[in-house]
Design a protein around this ligand. Structure first.
Ligand code: URP
Ligand code: ZN
Ligand code: ZN
Length: 539
């Protein structure tokens, strides 16, 4: 009887909580259907958030980046309270989930997304709600998105993205792009780091006439990042040479999506990667290379790492498992959905990038989720230069990677946790709050059944896009449960997410990548064999 009363009390509290949310966000169904999410989501369910704030996950194999054990995990109010065998808890209002035979892992963290981004004359089709709903359905519980400044202004860009993210349904952080240089930008970088929890800035070495920066700006940016303990990131392609390559293709009469790959070959990615690496070495700052797509670029990173330089290489799922043959597909809608930059490369590059990932040359996997639907892609029907660049991946990353790398024995389950979650948390300085199943960590957790299978299709995915670059892909390993901030948001193939429930995660500067930089700077200064004392010319 007491139990019944208690659970009635829990439901009353839950309903009160719901009323509060409704008063904040408008009617629940309104706020969801105004997104068009449930309506266009091919029948996928948008249910109510789970009432449980106490969860006991029993008997699963709990996996962290360096350890795994069969254990229980107990969660209360969004935090992991204990991890260990046979946890005993009072038998009241606790949701018990049996994870026997399954893996209990930190939720994925995607270091590279573009939700609701204005780009190439349009905007990405997934916003902070639909993109995150897709992420949660695929086992990703946090992502870091790129704030694009407005006319170079960082503060204006930050405010715009704060508004865009007000519909967030899971935790997220921000990187910020730097697209021009002056005193205001330099000062605003300090504000972003100090007041807004941004600890990484991205420099586009391509997209001439839009986001691209020159070496002068890159050098200033690298110096500023270093002084702030912020990580510089680069999109590494030679943007001037890309324009030359594009003109070459158009002059040859190659106007279709294959022209995209032909106009920006791996050599342009390798050149920019090498240039950024060398400039970072000159400044003595760590560097993060986003979306490493080719063997050529990866080898530049390998060479620098071998020489002791701190360079982080991020491949993306599309570059790991797809090849460029799709760009030659006779159907434009099919071919154009694979257009992204740097381009998806010829067969062989993906395998090599996977090998580099398994040996640590490349460190973590992103998606560069930047979705445009087929109508948007058709802007470039007669000219590949006008096809909006970008592919999906937020929902697919965890599944596709498990199937491609764990199921094939290329990496083990702990490596999987490292490259999908822990390494990202460490690099962006939020470990062990994120990226681990430890006492005190945020309760962002997935339960993956290695004996179940997944299938990807635009008819069932949660992105707003009408296409999917992994269409028809099946594989082993399925995220059956996603827990975000201590709430079950995905189970039985149904989503229970609430716009506005996501939280912004501030990321402090000076991650481990900066440890010892002061010492190597001092060693450099003391090694300088100058100035030379010379007698004056007159004497
Ligand atoms: O094609 C891509 N990668 N689109 C997103 C913007 C970028 O370059 O990261
Ligand atoms: Zn990029
Ligand atoms: Zn990107």
């Amino acid at each position: 009887m007491a139990k019944v009363i208690q659970s009635k009390l829990a439901w009353a509290l839950y309903l009160l909580h719901l009323l509060l949310l409704i008063s904040i966000h408008g009617s629940t169904s309104d706020s969801i259907s105004s997104e068009g999410f449930c309506a266009v989501n091919n029948g996928a369910d948008c249910g109510l958030p789970s009432p449980y704030t106490k969860i006991l996950i029993k008997g699963g194999t709990v996996v962290n980046a360096h350890h795994k054990q069969v254990a229980d995990v107990y969660i209360e109010d969004g935090i992991i309270l204990s991890v260990g065998p046979n946890i005993r808890v009072p038998d009241e209002d606790i949701r018990i989930i049996d994870a026997t035979g399954k893996y209990v892992m930190p939720g994925g963290i995607d270091p590279h997304t573009h939700l609701d981004m204005e780009f190439m004359g349009t905007a990405t089709i997934d916003d902070f709600f639909t993109g995150q709903a897709a992420a949660l359905a695929g086992g990703t519980t946090m992502h870091i998105d790129f704030v694009i400044p407005i006319n170079g202004n960082l503060t204006a860009g930050f405010e715009r993205y704060k508004h865009k993210a007000s519909k967030a349904a899971m935790d997220y952080g921000f990187h910020m792009a730097i697209t021009k240089w002056d005193e205001d930008v330099s000062k605003d970088m300090e504000v972003m780091v100090r007041d807004h929890g941004i600890n990484s800035f991205k420099f586009f070495m391509a997209y001439k006439g839009a986001l691209m920066v020159n070496d002068d700006l890159l050098l200033e940016g690298l110096k500023k990042c270093k002084s702030l303990g912020a990580l510089p990131m680069v999109h590494a392609e030679n943007g001037d040479a890309v324009v030359e390559g594009q003109t070459r293709m158009i002059n040859l009469g190659i106007t279709g999506p294959e022209g995209h790959a032909l106009s920006r070959p791996p050599v342009l990615e390798a050149e920019a990667t090498a240039r950024a690496i060398r400039l970072a070495a000159f400044v003595n700052t760590p560097l993060y290379v986003v979306h490493v797509m080719s063997i050529d670029a990866m080898e530049e990173i390998a060479k620098a790492k071998k020489a002791g330089q701190r360079v982080v290489g991020e491949p993306v799922v599309s570059g790991l498992v797809l090849d460029d043959s799709w760009l030659w597909h006779p159907d434009f809608t099919t071919a154009s959905k694979y257009v992204m930059s740097p381009p998806i490369r010829e067969l062989g590059h993906g395998e090599a990038l996977q090998a580099a990932l398994s040996t640590g040359t490349l460190q973590l996997v992103g998606t560069d989720h930047c979705t445009f639907n087929s109508t948007q892609k058709a802007f470039g029907l007669d000219d590949f230069r006008k096809i909006p660049n970008g592919v999906n991946g937020l929902e697919e990353r965890m599944h596709v990677l498990w199937d491609a790398m764990v199921e094939t024995g290329k990496i083990n389950v702990m490596d999987y946790v490292r490259i999908t979650s822990t390494e990202c948390a460490r690099i962006f300085n939020i470990y062990p709050r994120k990226g681990a199943i430890l006492e005190g960590s945020d309760a962002d957790i997935i339960i993956l059944n290695p004996n179940a299978s997944f299938e990807v299709s635009a008819t069932s995915h949660h992105s707003r896009s009408d296409t999917n670059v992994y269409e028809g892909r099946t594989g082993r390993g399925k995220v059956e449960v996603t827990i975000s901030r201590g709430r079950v948001v995905w189970e039985n193939d149904a989503l229970n997410v609430m716009p506005g429930s996501g939280k912004y995660i501030k990321m402090p500067p000076f991650s481990y990548l900066f440890d010892g930089i002061d010492k190597s700077d001092a060693a450099y200064l003391s090694s300088l064999r100058a100035p030379v004392k010379r007698a004056s010319a007159a004497s």
